[in-house]
Structure formats: structure tokens, C-alpha cells
Design a protein around this ligand. Structure first.
Ligand code: FAD
Length: 414
């Protein structure tokens, strides 16, 4: 006899975004009965001296969201790396006299009167803190690892069938199952993507010179190369390039890789002293045509996936979370059905505008810095140097990047 269990909300995908949604909802609306289903059980057993290959630059807005759901302290206790400066420069262009001219821009938290520009945090640390919080909350039921078999959208409930034939029903299903979202496919929601033939090589390195708690990014014509500061002088590397080149970079001997990396980075931090494991992630850039349907909402990478060059992917996902929580709590306060299309449309309208402008900006940046046309290269360098000299404009750009530029979501979590 298989069970039939009812929830208010079922979240498919317990990654950084799905788990945050569960914690924030449980914090903000204690009466909700929430299920979180993930196909994989996270591994919390790691060597303390190692670093996760996957890290995220977490903005001030996301930090506030984590604070509101009671996980920020735990994250800080585990390990975080604040960064105080950001230095971005391009590969340069030959001027009329044959000299190489670089465009560069430097952001400094002190110039902005901010304590820092953000934090580099290992993804596994964020997920661990969120799972520990979920386990403290009796209204959250965790199903992981659990595979899903079918989904049926009915008028007054959505029904999920697990692989062991257990049936779960809910007023609202949230797809937080990442860029290849199963929920999105089952709901027949199409995506609109940009042609984006890039992959990211990621690894952790130790450099000869200290990284100065600075996030460094060099734009090469093949894609951006970022050195993100970790503790003890280590840096997390995200090197975006063509898929073939990324593959080659994982296969060459370590010493050869270290030398190529140092050269691509213009030896800004001296020699590469050690290299941990290398891995490649395909990069995508798309947005779904709809974020919601009756009894369904998509959040995070399931709804939109962007290039990591501005470190905004999970930050946009967390802004989705904060907006959806606000919309759900408002609906509960007004005795409305949380799975109603009209209720959910408010979330879609709210987030689509922000997410789309970031997607378009990322596509534009990638094209701008990928161009080999010398006139574009000249203007690009000139533009970067100009912006670098105009402090108010620079501060405005950085405030947007930190998610503190406007009246962003997150303030109504409690
Ligand atoms: C190289 C790289 C660097 C990046 N750096 C940054 C950065 O600095 N800052 C930033 O903001 N963003 C960054 N991003 C983007 C960020 O990693 C993503 O936006 C973020 O991981 C999305 O989180 P998510 O929870 O939506 O999806 P995911 O992290 O993909 O989580 C999805 C979850 O769903 C589960 N799942 C999948 N399918 C199913 C299924 N069928 N059933 C049940 N569960 C399922 C998975 O097991 C997983 O736990 C980077 C991305 C890349 C590739």
C-alpha cells in the first residue's frame, strides 16, 4: 500500500536556491507544510583542508537574505572570504604606435563606504548550512535522495509520483531543479536561449603572491578568467573559454597548466604554486518563456541560467526566492490560493524584468569583450578607463552588482 501525503508546497531541487526557499518559507509562514525533494543527497563529509571547486560570489543582498533565514552565522562559522576590491582589465589592444593599451577598472569597498564588496563562499558550505537549518524546522520534510517518476497538474492540486510509487500532492510545486530542470520539461515550458559556445574550467590554486583579498578578472578574447580570493592565500579559478580549449586545459600536465594559467593572468599574482583538481562545466544562457503556470513556479537556474562572468547566477536565484516568499506570504495573509495563476503572475512580473536585464547585460559583455575588431577593442579599453575615473558612476555600477542599488527583494522575509 503506497502512501498519499499532502503538503502546501513541494520544492523539487534542494540546491542553494531550493533549500533557501524552504528555509525562508518555514521562517516566514510557520503554518506551511513543505516538502523538499532532491535526486541527490549532499555530501557533508569533506577534508577540512580542501576547498570546494565550486564557489559563489555572494552579494550583500544575498547575505541579507541568508541572515533573514537564520543561516548566515553558520556559513560564516564554517568559512567565508570577504573581498574588498575588484580589479577588471582586458587583454589590451595595439595603438597607432604599436604599444599595447589596456582598459582597466578598479572597485574599492572603502571608496563606497562599504565594509566589503561581497564574500566568496564554497557552494558546499552554503548547502550544508541550509540543510542544517531545514533539519531544525519541523514543518519541512526532506526527501533525498529521491527520484521522481511523474507529475500531474490538476485544477486544485499538483500530484507528484515518486519512484517508489508514493504520491505527494500540493497546492504549489516549485521547480528549483537547476538548469536542466525536469519540472520545467514536464510542465512543457520552453526556454529562449542565446548561442553560447563556452565552458568554464574551475580549479583552486595557490599563488606566489597574496591575492590581497581582491577579486581579479581578466577579459581575454576567448572569455573571462577570474581569480577569486579564498582563505590562506588560495584562489578559486573560473576560466571561461571554448569547450574544446577547456577540455584541453584539464588534460595537460599540472605544471604545463600552471604556466598557461600564469601567462593568461599576466603573472599578476606571481607563479602558480599549486593546483588542485580541474573540472569543466558547460555554460548556458537562457530564460524560460514563463516562470509560472497554475500551481507551478520556477526559481533559480531552472528559470534562467547566465554566464558566471559577473558572479550573479545564484544571487538572481536568491532574489527569486525572496520575491516568491513575499508573494506567497501576501497571498496567505489575504486568504488567497497560493497556487493560483494570478497570485503567481505577480512573482513572474517582478522577477522577469530584473533577470532579463542581467541576461542581456551578460550577453552584451561577452560579445563586447569577445570582439577581435580593433575599433571595438579600442573603444572598450577607452570606456573601461573612462568609467574608472568617474567615481559616482563606478559606485553606481558596483551598487547594482552588490544588489543594493534599489528596492530589491528580501526585505519582507520575516
Ligand atoms: C563555473 C561556475 C561559476 C559560478 N559562479 C557563480 C558566482 O560566483 N556567483 C553566483 O551567483 N553564481 C555563480 N554561478 C551560478 C550558480 O552556480 C548557479 O546559478 C546556482 O548553482 C543555481 O542554483 P540552483 O539551486 O538554482 O540550481 P543547482 O545548484 O543546479 O541545484 C539544483 C538541485 O536540483 C537537484 N535536481 C536536479 N534534477 C532533479 C530532479 N529531477 N529531481 C530532484 N532533484 C533534482 C540537484 O541535485 C540539485 O541539488 C556559477 C556557475 C558556474 C557554472
Amino acid at each position: 500500500m503506497n502512501e498519499n501525503i499532502n503538503y502546501d508546497i513541494i520544492i523539487v531541487g534542494g540546491g542553494m536556491v531550493g533549500a533557501s526557499l524552504a528555509c525562508g518559507l518555514a521562517e516566514g509562514a510557520e503554518q506551511l507544510k513543505i516538502a523538499v525533494i532532491d535526486a541527490n543527497a549532499p555530501n557533508f563529509d569533506w577534508d577540512k583542508d580542501s576547498y570546494d571547486m565550486r564557489v559563489s560570489a555572494i552579494t550583500r543582498a544575498s547575505q541579507n537574505i541568508f541572515k533573514n533565514m537564520g543561516v548566515w552565522e553558520n556559513i560564516v562559522e564554517q568559512r567565508v572570504s570577504p573581498y574588498y576590491d575588484m580589479f577588471v582589465w582586458d587583454a589590451g589592444n595595439h595603438d597607432r604606435h604599436g604599444e599595447i593599451q589596456h582598459g582597466e577598472i578598479h572597485f574599492d569597498s572603502a571608496d563606497m563606504g562599504e565594509a566589503d564588496l561581497g564574500h566568496i563562499i564554497e557552494n558546499r558550505i552554503i548547502v550544508k548550512a541550509l540543510y542544517q537549518r531545514m533539519q531544525e524546522m519541523p514543518q519541512i520534510s526532506l526527501y533525498c535522495p529521491t527520484r521522481l517518476e511523474a507529475i500531474a497538474f490538476n485544477q486544485d492540486k499538483t500530484c507528484l509520483t515518486l519512484q517508489d510509487k508514493t504520491k505527494l500532492t500540493a497546492n504549489l510545486i516549485v521547480g528549483a531543479d537547476g538548469t536542466r530542470s525536469w519540472v520545467r520539461q514536464q510542465a512543457d515550458i520552453a526556454v529562449k536561449g542565446w548561442d553560447f559556445d563556452q565552458a568554464a574550467l574551475v580549479t583552486t590554486v595557490k599563488t606566489e603572491k597574496y591575492h590581497q583579498d581582491t577579486a581579479w578578472q581578466r577579459f581575454l578574447s576567448t572569455g573571462p578568467l577570474a581569480f577569486l580570493p579564498l582563505t590562506d592565500g588560495y584562489s578559486s579559478i573560473v576560466w571561461s573559454t571554448s569547450p574544446g580549449e577547456a577540455q584541453r586545459l584539464t588534460e595537460i600536465p599540472e605544471a604545463e597548466f600552471a604556466l598557461e594559467l600564469e601567462q593568461a593572468f599576466e603573472s599578476k599574482l606571481g607563479k602558480i604554486v599549486s593546483v588542485a583538481g580541474r573540472a569543466v562545466f558547460p555554460l548556458r544562457l537562457f530564460e524560460t518563456l514563463n516562470y509560472v503556470k497554475p500551481r507551478l513556479a520556477l526559481v533559480g537556474d531552472a528559470a534562467h541560467t547566465i554566464h558566471p562572468l559577473a558572479g550573479q547566477g545564484v544571487n538572481l536565484g536568491l532574489a527569486d526566492v525572496a520575491s516568491l516568499i513575499t508573494v506567497i506570504i501576501d497571498a496567505l495573509n489575504n486568504k488567497k490560493d497560493i497556487g493560483d495563476f494570478k497570485v503567481l503572475r505577480r512573482y513572474e512580473r517582478w522577477r522577469r524584468a530584473d533577470n532579463r536585464s542581467m541576461l542581456v547585460a551578460m550577453d552584451g559583455l561577452k560579445r563586447l569583450f569577445g570582439s577581435e575588431l580593433s575599433v571595438v577593442k579600442g573603444l572598450r579599453g577607452f570606456g573601461l578607463n573612462m568609467v574608472n575615473k568617474i567615481t559616482p558612476l563606478k559606485n553606481l555600477i558596483m551598487q547594482q552588482a552588490m544588489g543594493i542599488g534599489g528596492t530589491g527583494p528580501g526585505s519582507k522575509l520575516k
